[in-house]
Design a protein around this ligand. Structure first.
Ligand code: FAD
Ligand code: FES
Length: 385
């Protein structure tokens, strides 16, 4: 038999013998492997208990929750990643992802910064009912929205909308606190000046560090406002950046911001590979989405039959995952944006709407799997969990 390269390594014989002994004994007896497993679980825990150690009011509609570990070390993360929170509110068990706004070398706590969404289940709960000392369930940090020196230019153009500032705050804090060799131009859109989160800190940082430029852009300014106004469009980006070579664009914010800003970047000739976009949850109003069948109304109701015999009534405008959770049926979920695949269900009959660009694997489509967090019923369905 051909010899594998690993057989050349020092200690191969001893390890092979130990593995053979462990198999014969019917048990995993390797101390090293147990230790490695423990270490991996510490870095990527399935469950992480966090205690609120501080609640910081940022704006009238936004609070930062400072979260310290209850019984373990905090796993490390990359600036830009998020943590999922698992909660039970009014009898409904659900989860939501929140980007970490503190910087990664701060290892004692994670900050998350939450903005109230009108009628939103979790954001209102976190804003109104959570207090210092409460515990929250989470899992380790997740997500691919972070700087990667192999692919991204040192000059990052960050375009944020509303609460979409949070991953950029983590990146900017890390750059200035750790002296990283990176340049950031941040364009931060909000409806009114009072809505801007972290305004004073961003102004302080950009005044002190030449490599950080901060441009707030206000959609509906008062008469006395003198800064950039309107939307973050191609003309403003060109005026601020001049030549746009050797820059990577990072976008994070509500769906409407992507729908407006992505064509603007395209009109400037920015290549797709130079644009990174964070998933930021399901669209606000799916019925306004391109491709939504006009004959189906938001409040239309359908039946979903689950293979185990249960049948539930669902609303067209709600993602399938939300309808299942409302009935106490809990597919696992992490990103709630179609990215992580945790919430997959198999559609045995019927049709669902998935917004264009939903990242579904080819094999999933082939075998009828959909991401329930970003799939909307277009009629009666039969599904398998
Ligand atoms: C990777 C990732 C990171 C995120 N990081 C943050 C963060 O740092 N801070 C933060 O505040 N939020 C963040 N979010 C959004 C957050 O996960 C929730 O979606 C948000 O708090 C609303 O949840 P809710 O339960 O209050 O609203 P829901 O009950 O889920 O929604 C109620 C209604 O509001 C609409 N809606 C849902 N989300 C939004 C929204 N963001 N803006 C406008 N309308 C919405 C829905 O379509 C629905 O009609 C992030 C989302 C993702 C995917
Ligand atoms: S929860 Fe991640 S794809 Fe649905």
């Amino acid at each position: 038999m051909k010899k594998g390269i690993w057989q050349e390594f020092d200690g191969y014989e001893e390890i092979a013998e130990e593995i053979e002994f462990s198999f014969k004994a019917g048990k995993e007896r390797s101390f090293d492997r147990l230790m490695a497993g423990q270490y991996i679980r510490q870095l990527h825990p399935r469950q992480l208990k966090l205690r609120i150690v501080d609640v910081i009011a940022e704006t009238a509609s936004t609070k930062t929750l400072r979260l310290a570990p209850v019984d373990a070390l905090l796993p490390p993360f990359l600036a830009g990643q998020y943590i999922p929170l698992f909660l039970e509110i009014n009898g409904i068990r659900t989860s939501r992802p929140y980007s970490i706004s503190s910087q990664p070398r701060q290892t004692g706590y994670y900050d998350i910064t939450v903005r109230r969404v009108p009628d939103g289940l979790v954001s209102n709960y976190l804003m109104d009912r959570i207090k210092t000392g409460d515990q929250l369930d989470s899992a380790g940090p997740q997500g691919n929205f972070h700087y990667n020196p192999l692919y991204h230019d040192k000059h990052m153009v960050c375009i944020a909308g509303g609460s979409g500032i949070t991953p950029f705050m983590s990146m900017i804090r890390e750059i200035v606190e750790c002296g990283l060799d990176r340049t950031v131009t941040l364009l931060y859109g909000n409806r009114q000046p009072d809505d801007i989160i972290f305004h004073e800190e961003l102004e302080r940082i950009s005044a002190r560090f030449d490599n950080i430029t901060y441009i707030p852009v206000i959609e509906k300014p008062g008469k006395t406002y003198t800064g950039a106004c309107g939307f973050i469009n191609a003309a403003l980006i060109r005026e601020i950046l001049g030549s746009m070579s050797d820059m990577t664009f990072f976008l994070c914010g509500p769906q409407g911001m992507y729908e407006f800003c992505l064509p603007e970047l395209e009109s400037l000739g920015i290549e797709k590979r130079k644009i990174r976009k964070e998933m930021y949850g399901p669209p606000d109003n799916i019925c306004d989405h391109q491709g939504w069948p006009s004959q189906i109304e938001a409040e239309d109701r359908f039946e979903v039959k689950i293979l185990d015999g249960r049948t539930i009534s669902v609303r067209a405008r709600d993602p399938l995952l939300v309808s299942l959770e409302n009935e106490g049926i809990l597919p696992p979920s992490i990103c709630r944006s179609g990215e992580c695949s945790m919430c997959r269900v198999k559609v045995l009959s019927g049709k669902v709407f998935q917004p264009a660009g939903t990242p579904v694997r080819k094999s999933d489509t082939q075998f009828g799997y959909v991401h329930s967090c970003i799939s909307y019923p277009l009629g009666d369905l039969e599904i398998m969990l």
